[in-house]
Every structure is written in C-alpha cells, then in structure tokens.
Design a protein around this ligand. Structure first.
Ligand code: WTA
Length: 652
C-alpha cells in the first residue's frame, strides 16, 4: 500500500462528455452531500415523480438500526420506470433482450414494456396478489423477469427474486422465510446451449407448502411440463386475457419494494429488505453519475437479476433514468469467449459492466476474441463483486478499452442498495485495484481492531459508514434484531460492512475483501457456515470447516476440510470427495460446489471447541510455517496432520 501505484489520468474525451468536469466539482458536491445531507437528498428526490410530496427527508439513527427516508411521500416505482417516460420516449428501446442464441433476441420499447407490465400486474391481481404480499420469482434472464418484478412494484407486492441457479431446498427456505403466496418460474431455462429444468425444481421446492397458492409458469422453450391443476397456471394464457393498462398503486416512500436474500457469516441467508423512495432515488442517481449515462446511450450490465447488481443496475436504475438496458441470458463464453464483444459490436454498447471473475475467465482465452469485434462505441467499463486484481484491470483497460475508456471499479453490497465507493468518469485519476472515492452522501471511515475510528489518511482497517444514505436496506425481513446485530452492533453508531480496506495517502479506498466468514466465489456471495451445514448433512461426514483460498479465475475458491464418521468403512477417497461436493451442489446450487475437499483426521479446535479457521486459511495458501500461536489448541498435533494431507493434495 505504501509503494507507488501506477495511475491513469482522466481521459480528455471522457471528460468532454461527463456530467462532472473536475475533481473540484466532485469535491464541492460531495461536501454538500455530507455537510447538508437533507438539502442534498431533498434536491435529488426531484429525479423521481412523486404523487404526493414527502414531509421529511430523513429520520435515521444508525445506533438503533432505524432508517427512514422521504416519509409521507407517495410514489410508484413502476410508474417512475415506465409511465413517466412514455410521452417523451415511448418508442425508444427500454430493454434489449440478448437471448442465449443471439438470433432469438429482441428489442422491447418503453411502450411495449409498459403494456406487458400492466398485463402482468392484472394477472397477479386476478390471482389474488395484493399490496404487501410476497411473490417469489425464480426465472432465468428472460423479459418476463422484468415484467413480473415491475408488475409487483406496480401493485405494491414485494418481490423476492431467487437466482435461477439455486437448488429446490434454497428456494423452499426463501419461500418459507417470507411466506410467499405465489411463485413465478419458467418451464425451462436456456443457458450456454443447455436447458435447465426450472419448473421441476420449483415443484420440489413447493411440495407440501401450504403458503404457496399458485405457481405461474412462463414458457421459454417448447417443452411441455406437468402442471398441477388448481395450482399451476400458464403465464402466457393468463396474460392473453388481461388489458394492457393497470393503475399504479400509491406507495409510501417507506413501503417495501423487494426482499433479496444474501449470505452472512452465520446462520441462514438473510432477507434484506429495500423500500421504495430512498432505494429508487439512490439507484437512479448512482446509475447516472457512475456510468455517466446520457440519453441515447446503450448500457449493458452483464450480471444476473438474481443478484443485487441486476436489481439495481439492469432494471431499476437504468429504467428510472429512461436508458436502454441489455438483459443478457447467456454466459460470457457462449458460443465462444468473444460473446461480450460481439454484443458490444451488434448493439453499439457505450457502457459495459461485469465482474472481475468474468474478465479473468475471458482474458485467459486470448486477446484475439476481443480484437475481432468493433468496440469503438465503448466509453465506460465497470466492474463489481470482488476486488479486481491489477492484471485483470490492466487487461480490461488496455485490451478491451484500448486505453480509451474510463474504468469504474464499483464497491457496494446487497445491503447498500447501490454503488458506494467508485471512481466517477471525468473526476478521478484511476488506480488499478482501487475503488477510489465515496459517492455522494457516502461517509466512510476505517476502524481498528478495538473499534476506534482511524483519523490518519493513510490507514488500514475495517470499512464502516458513519451516516445513513437512502439506498441502505431497512431491515432483515422478519428479524429486525438480526439486522441490528449484524450491521450496527460491533461499532455502535456505525454501519459495519464486513470488508477490510486500505486508504492511501491521497484518500483513495482500496477494498481488500471480507474480514468475516463470507466468501466471494466468482462474485457470488456465500457463507462458509451454510456450506458447512450442507457438508455436515452428508451421512459420511462427522464435521467440516470451509475456507476460501485464492483462485485464479473465481477470485476465491472453496476448500472444505472434512472429518469422516468412524464407521463409513473403506469408501474410495475420490468417491467421498465427489459425494461431498455433490451434496453442496444439491443443497445450495452448483455455483456453491466446493473446489477442493480435504479429508483430514481432525480440525484445529480450541479447548472450548471453536474451530480456528485462521490456521486453516494459512494452510490453504501453503503458509505452513506461519501459523501463529497454536498452543491454545485442544490438540496441537492435528495441525501437522492437516499440513501433511494438504501437502499431498498440492503435490497432485
Ligand atoms: C465484495 C455485490 C472489492 C465485497 C454488489 C462486498 C467488492 C461484497 C467490490 C458484497 C469491489 C463488491 N471491490 N470488493 N468493487 N464489489 N465487493 O452483496 O466483499 O453480492 O462486501 O453485492 O462483495 O457482495 P454482494
């Protein structure tokens, strides 16, 4: 951190177009947002259409996890994303659907999207979904995903989108937690040329669940699937009977918009709840400034809507701003590793946003896949989800952007609702690997082990926030105490992010990654505890401990240390390893499957029985000689045995 870093100056042609023209301009606006937050956010709320004005800008108390914005104000998210654009840009493309096979894709104008959303909203209403009801959406990246989420917003229902890679059991847990009365899915998904039997996964998930009254099934492929009479309904059939208009409910600014489950250090995934007015203001403002989106721009965020990035930066931010946004159904390597740049060329994409893991995966396939396509439309390149290593950053900058694009390395979280720390086009010099500066209204600080705020500019610590912002989640659905405990109790008065961070002498922030038991695998957030509980459920397994280790493509790989039951006989090692990996794929989803499983004779535990993961993390990177104090372990000899097994695995 103290060594000199390469910096890249602001590119003049970027600055010519950018909303912000200088660092000074940013600083002045930032200062106002921190010194007079209510004034700042009162003005920013004008970005939205309000049916009724709010009475109070903010009423927040971080110490008590009480966060309220724009109270008394009435608005509707779907109205803001659709209706208010119709007169000016009804015929403009709202969504470009980039299907798995490019030839199957299509453009959907704001007018068409409005009609589809209204029809869908009428379907939901006709099936008994009311304001405040929860609807679980388990869909692939098809236009119906946008229709259904916006339809929920239109009638005031709360959507809970579950990424279509999750297992039946994970969906079931999420349905039960929020008591969703409807589930929306598709007969099949299509990704990278392969079909995924989504409806049959949902059948398993909802079997015997009384809360679920109906399952709405979209038709993505021509495969017929079994439909349970009285419970399952065809989406297309239901829509065909509905009118393309539907009034938008007047929602309170603090009415819930959606629940999104995310992993934490302990226990089951938490349902983070986001509300209406603050979330949309923040989504819209960040989308405008971070990506410097101008009328006519084509914007592509290649994430999946099943994660928060897709919620905020494929749907809500872009549509609130009247932009043209791309929904990408496929994977970056299908039909070949040039797919992203093929999309850029065909749709003349100006702004492109993806995860470091995808950048690494395609970079290693060679520059020829990039150079084949015309990328001259590109202006801004974004990344999100995990720290980007400087090599991947440089490749993105040099090869993809030909040193003509600004890179925005955006740090944020499911909890934060939108981007928090990021470069802004036209404002900062870029430093590969640095998220650089806080967005407007974001007031970060670093705290030390003891929880003391570090005043020095150049510092290393835990990243916290000392003021609330409109995009912050309001609670964990059904468990406010857990919300308070998880984020607001370590450092009273501060929001704790769970990330470690360095601040350099210029005041730029460098996120170093999670400091808790959460791991970011290919940009997907997983809790080690969840994976362990799945592994432990296997009949052969007595106990396990999971750690993340550096992985060339995924950023972090999953390594499970497993102790077997004494009575499992002589199953072949390979068979055990595969069985344990499959157990996790079945329980959580394939994306959570451990990369490596190490069968060990014991785990390093303290005398009180706590597993010392610190030691396992060191072993996982081969730092055998640097384990620190192991004398507090109940049985220190176990460490050498684990090292022995790890060395053997590394040799192979
Ligand atoms: C990590 C994704 C470094 C971080 C939007 C955070 C990052 C977690 C970055 C949240 C970045 C996200 N640099 N780390 N630019 N962006 N992270 O909730 O550890 O899926 O806490 O939200 O991802 O993951 P989540």
């Amino acid at each position: 951190m103290t060594e000199a870093h390469v910096t890249y100056p602001v590119l003049e042609h970027i600055r010519k177009r950018s909303y912000l023209k200088s660092r000074d301009e940013y600083t002045a606006m930032y200062k106002k947002s921190i010194d007079e937050p209510d004034e700042f956010w009162r003005e920013q709320a004008n970005r939205l259409d309000w049916f009724h004005p709010f009475q109070k800008v903010s009423d927040c108390d971080l110490a008590n996890a009480s966060i309220r914005w724009y109270e008394g104000g009435k608005l509707n998210v779907a109205h803001n994303c659709l209706d208010r654009h119709l007169s000016e840009r009804g015929d403009q493309t709202a969504i470009i659907w980039e299907a798995d096979e490019a030839k199957d894709g299509r453009h959907i104008s704001y007018r068409e999207l409005h009609a589809e959303v209204c029809k869908t909203a009428n379907v939901l209403k006709s099936m008994g979904v009311k304001r405040g009801d929860r609807v679980c959406i388990y869909l692939p990246m098809i236009p119906e995903l946008a229709y259904t989420m916006l339809a929920c917003a239109r009638i005031g229902a709360i959507h809970s989108i579950v990424f279509a890679g999750f297992s039946a059991e994970s969906i079931r847990d999420r349905i039960l937690d929020c008591e969703a009365k409807m589930v929306i899915t598709a007969n099949e998904g299509v990704r990278g040329g392969k079909r995924i039997a989504l409806k049959s996964i949902v059948d398993k998930a909802v079997e015997g669940l009384e809360v679920v009254e109906s399952v709405l099934v979209c038709r993505r492929t021509d495969t017929d699937v079994p439909m349970k009479s009285g419970r399952d309904f065809s989406f297309e059939e239901a829509c065909s009977k509905q009118r393309p208009t539907c009034p938008a409910e007047w929602m309170d600014a603090e009415d819930p918009l959606f629940i999104l489950y995310t992993s934490g250090s302990t226990g089951r995934p938490k349902g983070l709840l986001h509300t209406t007015g603050g979330y949309l203001t923040y989504a819209s403002l960040t989308h405008k400034y971070v990506f410097d989106v101008h009328p006519g721009d084509v914007y592509c965020c290649a994430a999946d809507i099943g994660w928060v990035t897709g919620h905020t930066y494929i749907i809500y931010g872009p549509l609130a701003n009247g932009a043209t946004t791309i929904m990408f159904e496929s994977v970056p390597t299908y039909p070949d590793p040039g797919r992203y740049w093929d999309i850029v060329e065909r749709h003349k994409v100006n702004i492109f946003y993806t995860a470091p893991t995808a950048i690494r995966a395609i970079a290693r396939e060679g520059d020829q896949w990039v150079k084949k396509y015309d990328r001259s439309s590109l202006r801004i390149l974004g990344t999100v989800g995990e720290p980007i290593n400087p090599e991947a950053w440089e490749w993105y900058y040099d090869v993809v952007g030909e040193q003509k694009c600004a890179i925005v390395d955006t740090w944020w979280q499911t909890e934060t609702g939108g981007i928090m720390i990021t470069p802004l086009p036209g404002v900062n010099e870029l430093k590969p690997g640095a998220a650089t500066l806080p967005f407007f209204g974001v007031h970060p600080c670093l705290v030390d082990e003891e929880g003391k705020k570090i005043e020095a500019t150049e510092a290393k610590g835990y990243l916290c926030m000392q003021a609330a912002w409109p995009g912050l989640a309001r609670t964990v659905y059904g468990d406010h105490e857990r919300f308070k405990q998880t984020y607001f109790s370590q450092y009273p008065g501060l929001y704790f992010t769970g990330d470690g961070c360095n601040r350099d002498k210029d005041g730029d922030y460098w996120i170093t990654g999670r400091v808790d038991d959460v791991i970011n695998v290919s940009g997907h957030r997983l809790g080690t505890a969840e994976i362990e509980s799945s592994i432990n459920a296997h009949p052969w397994v007595a106990e396990s401990a999971v750690v993340g280790y550096p992985h060339e493509i995924k950023g972090t790989g999953i390594l499970g240390f497993v102790i077997l039951n004494a009575n499992i006989g002589d199953q072949a090692k390979e068979e055990i390893v595969q069985a344990v990996r499959e157990q996790v794929a079945t329980d959580i989803g394939k994306f959570a499957r451990p990369d490596l499983i190490l069968v060990c004779p014991g785990l390093p535990k303290t005398r009180s029985g706590k597993i010392m993961r610190r030691i396992l993390r060191k072993i996982s990177v081969g730092e055998y000689g640097n384990l620190g104090n192991v004398t507090t372990l109940a049985d220190p000899s176990v460490v050498d045995q684990i090292i022995g097994v790890h060395k053997e695995m590394v040799k192979k």
